[in-house]
Design a binder for this molecule. Structure first.
Ligand code: UDX
Length: 440
C-alpha cells in the first residue's frame, strides 16, 4: 500500500487527507503553519466542517493519519504526494501559483525515488506541465534523475458537505499521460473504484479544464435563475415554480436553481474570474462567464437596494441580519453576499444586529471597518428584538424553524426580507409581515 503525503491542510487538503486515511491509506498531512499542525495533532480542527472531526480523530488514533511541518520527510517517505495548497486570486483575478510552485520546488529538492505528484488545487490549464518542469529543474540542479509523474485530479467538494462529497463523489477525474501513475491512482482511490464511482481518465489539460468549466457553469446556472427571479418579481410570476418546472426537464435538472442574494465562497468567485482571464489571455473570451461575474455582483447590490426601496430612508433604522456565511454549515464568509449587503445598508445609515450560528468570529475581522455599526447577538431573537426589519441571508436550518409569531411580536416594524426564499409570501403576509423574497 502506498504512503501518501498531502501538502496543504486547508479545506481540500484536510478533507482529502482525512478521507484517504479513512479509506485505509497511510497519510501524512503537511503544512508550514506550525500552530495549525500542532492544533491538528491535538485534535483541534481549524475549519468548521460537519463530519470531519470524527474522521480526523479516528484515523489519528489508529495512526493512519499524522501531521507534520517537515515536508522533506514527507516527500522522502511517500510515493504519492498531493498538492492541495491555495491558489488565491491576484489583483487581475488570475490564480496565484506561488504556493503550488513552492511545493513543486520542495518536492524536487527532496525526492529520492519515483513519485506521483497529484494536483488537487484548482490550477489554470497548463499547471501540471509547469509543476513537472519545476521538479525536473530541481532534480537537474541536484544532479539526480528520478522519474516523476504529475496527475491532475481536481476536487469537487462543497463546503458543509465536503466529507460526503469526498466519500461519494459523482466522478473522479484523473488527468495523466502515464499509465503507471493512473494505476497507482486507482489504488489510492480503490474504495471509490470498488464502489462503482465513475472514473474519468484523460490528459492533464482536460482534467484541469473540467474543474473550471464545471464551477463556472454552476455559477452561471445560479446567476441565470437569479436574473429570471428578478424578472418574475416584476411580472407576477413565481420563480420557485418556474425553477421546479424547468428542473423537471432532465436536461436542465433541479440542482443549483435556487435564487438568492448571489453566489459567494472560495471557489465560484475565484474560478469564474480565473476562467475569464484564461479566455482573454488566449484570445477566446468566455463572454457568458464575463457577464456571470458582473451579474452576480449586481445581484448582491440589487438585494441591498431592495431593502432600501421597500423601507425607504435607512438612516437610523436597525436591521436584524440572520446569516453571514456564504452558505449554511460553514463559518466561511469569503465573498459572502452579506459583506456587500451589510456595507451598503450601513453606508445608508442603518445599524445592524447580526447573528450567524458559525461565522461570528470571522465576521468580526472581515467586517472590522464597519464593526462599530454592528452588534453581534447571541441568537436570532436577540437580533430581531426591537429591530425595524429582519433580513435572512443564509439558509441555516434554524432560520427555517423561526417562531414566526415571536418574530412578529419582537419586531418594531414587520419588514421581513427572505433572500433565500425559505418562507412563502402568502403565509407571511397572513401573519402581517411586509414580506420580500427573491422572485416570489
Ligand atoms: C462549490 C462547488 O459546488 C464545488 O463543486 C467546488 O469544488 C467548490 O465550489 P461551495 O463553494 O462549497 O462549492 O458551495 P456551493 O454549495 O456550490 O454554493 C456556492 C454558492 O452558490 C453559495 O453562495 C450558495 O449560496 C450559492 N447557491 C448555490 C445559490 O445561490 N443557489 C443554488 O441553487 C446553489
Amino acid at each position: 500500500m502506498y504512503k501518501i503525503a498531502v501538502v496543504g491542510t486547508g479545506y481540500v487538503g484536510l478533507v482529502t487527507g482525512a478521507g484517504l486515511s479513512d479509506f485505509g491509506m497511510n497519510v501524512i498531512c503537511v503544512d508550514n503553519d506550525y500552530k495549525k499542525i500542532e492544533d491538528l495533532k491535538n485534535g483541534i480542527i481549524p475549519i468548521f466542517e460537519p463530519g470531519l472531526s470524527p474522521i480526523v480523530e479516528r484515523n489519528t488514533y489508529y495512526k493512519r493519519l499524522t501531521f507534520t511541518t517537515d515536508i522533506k520527510r514527507a516527500v522522502e517517505e511517500c510515493r504519492v504526494i498531493f498538492i492541495a495548497v491555495g491558489t488565491p486570486p491576484q489583483d487581475d483575478g488570475s490564480a496565484d501559483l506561488k504556493y503550488v510552485e513552492q511545493v513543486a520546488k520542495d518536492i524536487g529538492k527532496n525526492m529520492n525515488e519515483y513519485k506521483v505528484i497529484v494536483n488537487k488545487s484548482t490550477v489554470p490549464v497548463g499547471t501540471a506541465k509547469k509543476v513537472r518542469e519545476l521538479i525536473e529543474e530541481k532534480l537537474k540542479q541536484r544532479g539526480v534523475n528520478f522519474p516523476v509523474d504529475v496527475v491532475s485530479n481536481p476536487e469537487f467538494l462543497r463546503e458543509g458537505t465536503a466529507v460526503h462529497d469526498f466519500c461519494r463523489p459523482d466522478r473522479v477525474v484523473i488527468g495523466s499521460d502515464s499509465q503507471k501513475a493512473v494505476e497507482i491512482m486507482k489504488q489510492v482511490y480503490n474504495v471509490l473504484y470498488q464502489n462503482d464511482i465513475p472514473f474519468m481518465l484523460t490528459n492533464n489539460e482536460t482534467a484541469e479544464m473540467i474543474k473550471y468549466a464545471s464551477n463556472a457553469f454552476l455559477a452561471m446556472k445560479i446567476t441565470y435563475i437569479n436574473e429570471i427571479a428578478n424578472l418574475c418579481e416584476k411580472l407576477g410570476a413565481n420563480v420557485q415554480d418556474v425553477a421546479e418546472g424547468m428542473g423537471k426537464d432532465r436536461r436542465i435538472s433541479p440542482e443549483f436553481l435556487k435564487p438568492g442574494p448571489g453566489y459567494g465562497g472560495s471557489c465560484f468567485p475565484k474560478d469564474t474570474i480565473a476562467l475569464v482571464n484564461m479566455g482573454k489571455q488566449y484570445g477566446f473570451p468566455v463572454t457568458l462567464i464575463e457577464q456571470t461575474v458582473r451579474a452576480n455582483e449586481n445581484q448582491k447590490k440589487l438585494m441591498a437596494q431592495k431593502i432600501e426601496k421597500v423601507m425607504g430612508d435607512l438612516e437610523g433604522k436597525e436591521m436584524a441580519i440572520l446569516g453571514l456565511a456564504f452558505k449554511p454549515n460553514t463559518n466561511d464568509m469569503r465573498e459572502a453576499p452579506s459583506i456587500t449587503i451589510l456595507k451598503y445598508i450601513i453606508k445608508k445609515g442603518a445599524r445592524v444586529k447580526a447573528y450567524d450560528p458559525a461565522s461570528m468570529e470571522e465576521a468580526k475581522w472581515r467586517l472590522s471597518d464597519i464593526n462599530d455599526k454592528i452588534k453581534y447577538c447571541k441568537d436570532e431573537y436577540e437580533a430581531i428584538d426591537k429591530s425595524d426589519g429582519v433580513v435572512i441571508l443564509t439558509e441555516w436550518d434554524r432560520f427555517k424553524r423561526l417562531d414566526i409569531k415571536k418574530v412578529k411580536e419582537l419586531l418594531k416594524e414587520p419588514y421581513f426580507f427572505d433572500f433565500r426564499n425559505i418562507y412563502e409570501r402568502s403565509a407571511m403576509e397572513s401573519y402581517g409581515f411586509k414580506y420580500s423574497g427573491v422572485g416570489q
